[in-house]
Design a protein around this ligand. Sequence first.
Ligand code: 1YM
Length: 643
Amino acid sequence: MENKLEHYDASDIQVLEGLEAVRKRPGMYIGTTDVKGLHHLVWEIVDNSIDEALAGFCDNIEIVINKDNSITVKDNGRGIPVDIHPKTKMSTVETVYTVLHAGGKFGGGGYKVSGGLHGVGASVVNALSSWVVVDVYKNGKIYEVKFINGGKIEEPLHVIGECEEARTGTTVTFKPDNTIFDTDIYDYETLKVRTRELAFLNKGLKLTLRDDRDDEDTQGEVFHYEGGISEYVKYLNKAKTPIHEDIIHLEGEEDGVMFEVAMQYNSGYSDSIYSFVNNINTHDGGTHEEGVRRALTRIINNYARKNNILKEKDDSLTGDDVKEGLTMIVSCKHPNPQFEGQTKGRLGNSEVRKLADNVFSEGFERFLLENPDAARIIVEKAMTASRARVAAKRARELTRRKSDLDVVNFGGKLADCKEKDPSVCEIFIVEGDSAGGSAKVGRNSMTQAILPLRGKILNVEKARLDRALSNEEIRTIITAFGTGIGDEFDLSKLRYNKIIIMTDADVDGSHIRVLLLTLFFRFFRPIVEAGHVYAAQPPLFGVKLGKNDTHYCLDEKDLDDYLNTLTETQRKNCIIQRMKGLGEMDADQLNETTMDIKTRVLRKITVEDAIAADAAFSKLMGEEVEPRRQFIEENATYSDLDV
Ligand code: 1YM
C-alpha cells in the first residue's frame, strides 16, 4: 500500500473498494460517461449547496469553470462538519467524500433526494475525479483536504489558515478523470441553462456562473430571482403574447411539504406546463401536476357556469381546453418523495394531489373573483379552444379512415415500403418533387418509404390543431405515421422506426426542417422523445478520384480532413465539386449519400431539454419579432438549432 494511506485500518480498505465500484461502473451512479455525465458531476456538488440553502443556511453559490476545465463550487453555508466521525474515525468531511452512502447517513432531514443519488453525490464525484480539493470555512479556521486518483486521500484534513469567525462555507474544486469520461471540456451554455433554472426554482438564492477559460477578466453571470417561479413563467412567455397582465402565483405548505405554482396564459395554442420536485424536473408529471390540472378544470368550469358564460346545455370544458396557451411551473419540495415510472420522472405521493388541489383551487378562485377582466379573457380562451377541439375532431376523422392510406398512395404522394414491421421501416420526408422522384428510384423499396413535400408546410406555432388538420401536407403526414393526433395519439401505432427529414443544406431547406420539427415537437412530441426523428445530412462536397470513385464530404472541415489523407499526386488529380441541391442528384448519388444505411450520415434529433426546446420554437416560429431576431443572431444559422 502507498505511504499516504498508512493511517488507514482495515475498514478503510472497504471505503476504497466502495469508490472503486463507482469507477468500475460509473453508469450506475451518473447514468453516462459522455458529456452529459461530465456535467452531472457539477450538479452533484451544487446539490449539496442547494440543500444547505433549503435548510436556510446559505444564500450564495458560485460555480466557476477553471482554465484546466476543473470546476469550483463555493457556498456560504455552515461548512461541511470537520469533527471526527466515530464510525469511520475520519473527519465527517473526509467521510462524506470517501464513503458511498455517507450523505444519506449523515445528511438527515431537509429535502435531499437529488436526482436519485440520495446524497452519495460527493463521494461519487470524488471517485470519478483525478483530484479534488475541499476547503471548509468554519470556527474561524480554513480546513483543507485533498484527494487524488479517484478518492485516495493525498493530504488528510488540516488547517491551512484562519478566517473571520463569522465566515463559514464550503469550497470544492474537482477535475473529472479523463480516463473515465469521453470528453473533459465543459460547455458554458449547458451549465448556464440549469444554473438559471435552479435560481428560478429557489427564490432569493443567488447563483453566479463564471468561465475562466478565456483570458478576459469576467465577473460571470448572476442569476438571482426574488420572484422565483413567477419570473420563470415571465421568462418563458417572453417570446409570447400574454393575454392578462398578472402572473398568478400561489403557494402553501402542509406537514413539511411545500407546494408552489405560477401561471400566465398567452395568445398561443400550445401549453408549456413544467413540474418539479426538489428542483428535479418531473417529466411525466405525477400527483402535484394532477392536483393542479384537476382543480384548474373544475374552477374554470364553475366560474363559467356561475357567470352564465357556459350555458346549461353546453358541455363542460375539458382539461385540454383550459390549458391552451397556458405557461405554468409547478414546484413541490418534499422530504420524502416517491418517484415512479420507468424513468422515475413521476411523483407518486398521493397526499400531494390533495395539497396541490387545495392550494390551487382556493387561490385561483380568489384570483378570478378579484380580476373579472382577466377571468373573462381566460374563460373565453378556453371556450374558443373547446369549439376548435370539436372542429378538429371532425377534421381528424378524415385522417383516421382506413381507406385514407390508399387514397394517399393512389394520389402518388406517399411511396410506401413493402415491409409492414415498423421496427425495420423508415420514412423519408423529402423537400421537393424532383428530389422526391430521385429518392423513389434510389430507395430500398422493401423498408424505405418516401413522402415528397410540395412547398412549405404550415407553421403550427401559429395555428391550432383544427387549422393544422385542414392543411393537406400535414394530413398526409399524420396518415402516413399512423399514430393519430391530439388526444387520440398512440405511439405504439407508429408505422416507421425512423422518420428522416431530408432537406437541402441551404436556408430554405433549414426552414422546412424547422417547420417540420415544430410540427413534430408540438403535435407528436413522444415521437421525438422516443428518438424516432432524424435529419439526413446531404454532403456539401464530392471529391472525384476516378471515373467511378467519388468520396463525399459533409462540410468544409470534413473536406480538409479528407484531402489531408491523400498523397500529393492524388490531391492534384482529384476534382472537387460543390454538391448542388438534393434535386440535382441522380438516384444513385442520392442513395449513396443520404439513403444507403451503409454510407449515409444521419443526425438524431433529440429533446435534451424540453423547456429549452419549447422556448426555442416560440422564439423562432412565434408572433413576437424581437425575440426571433435575437435568437437568430445568437444562433447564427437555423441549421445550428439542435433541439
Ligand atoms: C460546494 C459544496 O457541500 N456544502 C455543504 C455541505 C454540507 C453542509 C453544509 C452541512 C450539512 C449539515 C450540517 C447537515 C454537508 N454536510 C454533510 C454531512 N458545498 C457543500 N454545506 N452542517 C453542514 O446536513 O446536518 C453532508 S453535505 F453529512 F456532513 F452532514
